[in-house]
Design a protein around this ligand. Sequence first.
Ligand SMILES: *Cc1c(COP(=O)(O)O)cnc(C)c1O
Length: 237
Amino acid sequence: MEKSLIDARKRDIEENYKEIAENIAAAAARAGRTAAEVRLMAVTKTVEPVFINHALSLGVDLIGENKVQELLSKLDFLEPANVEKHLIGHLQSNKARKIVGVVTTVQSLDSVPLAKELSLRSGNAGVETAVLLEVNVGEEASKTGFLYEAVKDAAAEIALLPGLRLRGLMAVPPLEAEEKELRGYFAKMRRLFEDMKPLYPGFDTLSLGMSGDYPIAIEEGATMVRIGSALFGARRY
Ligand SMILES: *Cc1c(COP(=O)(O)O)cnc(C)c1O
């Protein structure tokens, strides 16, 4: 890529970052919270390391990737290399070994067998892996994740597994949902989160909201938003 194009995209990222920070602060204020209570994750799928690193230089301190292989391929190029990383896409059990110790958190924990595998691999590696339970809140056949009704039972089982720390919940509501419906999904997630919070020490993360809906997610109680295209520009697959 030409240097002038790289510089132009870096400037866009800079402007986008400022705007997102302002929007987060404003949404938090509307909900009677502070910006410090909402963590921003930069979702870096398809984004080249040069632009990821630019975001890190601006103050981003958490990145999320959907695919194990893509994340691993970027590791050597990240500055700082030790930036906190989370996995946010479906994880196949046979890849759990590769991701343990690389990410601090798997946000897309979607089955008890996967939790058992992550527990085993974390134990072998001598690390603790934080997990969020992914909830298929719209009950979509195309999506993985626990059904809402199954979350509490799964959590009780997963919380007992060594090497894991259950830190909260994550959800991606149906893409086509309109604002009212979206608020309903987010509010439902928040109720579940508040219900479960007293049961598990360190249960502090409600990961909701992406580029198109993060202000609404914050108003409804998100403690973390996962933002890709609003920060880095539209993805070209
Ligand atoms: C891609 C992705 C995001 C970010 O999506 P944008 O709409 O680009 O902000 C957030 N969460 C998950 C799970 C994703 O796969």
